[in-house]
Write a protein that binds this ligand. Structure first.
Ligand code: AHR
Length: 318
């Protein structure tokens, strides 16, 4: 560490005392400004997540600077740099991919702005680069999907996998958890796997290609509802019955996915809760006040069979 000249050190100490130790900033009237970099608008889950954050910010009186990165890491890095320029009180973001964040987060750290990771985490050896990570356990979601298949599979089962965005935490972790769960079942085999980028059009396109090259598909494991809904379109176009000729397992449980599940087109959904807004605003208030927060906050989630989806649909919030 560099040695500061005595006079500079005195000034630093005075400033620290004036602000109250550990306290970030916040405007004079106490209003917190949050810079938030969203992944994009790729799925129903993402739309629900964005609405939850915007609504929670409004209710909490947090001034939200929101940007949509359109699934591009460079756009997120640019947004984070602009939040440093604006000297916001806290930066929150959902990293589109896991790696490549250290440099920009070091810049944020030098600017003394706390960072909250939400929804997706980063792959970094330095966990001092962020205060907390609020989001789902994606490996566990993958395990739940795989376990349902293990419990319901009969004989040889050929699975095709529609992966999320390459390099994204939920794509990596949901694949890992699923593989872990089916590892002890030699009859279950993943015969093809490819990214559909978490979009409905991506899921449809990849499923069409799978159907052209394989005539023995029993199950689709889609890393989100949107890709599963795209796969349904491809399966129907191929003259097959989704949910019967080919079973479908997805993750998210957004409204359109739950409707397809209740209608018998999807067979099982693992929930991933997008309503993170209120918890995010609470954490933001705490970190800006210099309070200790848990390094990891895991969101509680469930799973849905077709019957459970029908019962749950009237009360679903997203
Ligand atoms: O990071 C959460 C995932 O991102 C959701 O499961 C998916 O729908 C979204 O695009």
């Amino acid at each position: 560490m560099k040695k500061l000249p005595t006079i500079t050190m005195a000034l630093v100490l005075m400033t620290a005392t004036a602000c109250g130790s550990g306290d970030s900033s916040g405007s004079d009237d106490g209003t917190i400004t949050m810079g938030f970099s969203q992944v994009g608008a790729e799925s129903g889950w993402r739309t629900a997540n964005t609405e939850s954050i915007q609504q929670a910010a409004e209710e909490a009186g947090v001034e939200l600077q929101f940007s949509d990165a359109q699934q591009k890491q460079e756009n997120q890095i640019r947004a984070i740099r602009s939040y440093i320029q604006q000297d916001v009180d806290v930066i929150a973001f959902s990293p589109v991919v896991e790696t490549g964040w250290d440099a920009v987060l070091l810049e944020v750290q030098r600017a003394d702005i706390p960072v909250i990771l939400t929804d997706r985490s980063i792959d970094s050896a330095d966990d001092s680069l962020y205060e907390t990570f609020l989001g789902s356990d994606f490996v566990e979601e993958g395990r739940k999907a795989g376990q349902w298949l293990v419990d319901n599979a009969e004989g040889e089962v050929n699975v095709v996998e529609l992966q999320g965005t390459t390099g994204a935490a939920p794509a990596i972790d949901r694949k890992e958890g699923f593989e872990e769960a089916i590892a002890g079942s030699p009859g279950i085999e993943v015969i093809a796997t490819q990214t559909g980028d978490f979009t409905r059009s991506g899921g449809k396109e990849v499923m069409e290609a799978f159907l052209r090259s394989h005539d023995d598909i029993d199950v689709v494991y889609a890393h989100n509802d949107d890709m599963g809904l795209g796969a349904i379109e491809a399966i129907r176009a191929a003259g097959l019955e989704p949910g019967e000729d080919i079973q479908i397992i997805t993750v998210d449980a957004v409204e359109a996915g739950m409707e397809a599940l209740a209608a018998g087109e999807i067979n099982f959904i693992v929930e991933c809760n997008p309503l993170l807004g209120d918890q995010l605003m609470e954490l933001a208030e705490q970190v800006v006040a210099g309070e200790e927060v848990p390094k990891r906050v895991v969101v509680e989630e469930t799973t849905f069979t077709q019957e459970e989806a029908e019962a749950a649909l009237p009360d679903r919030q997203y």
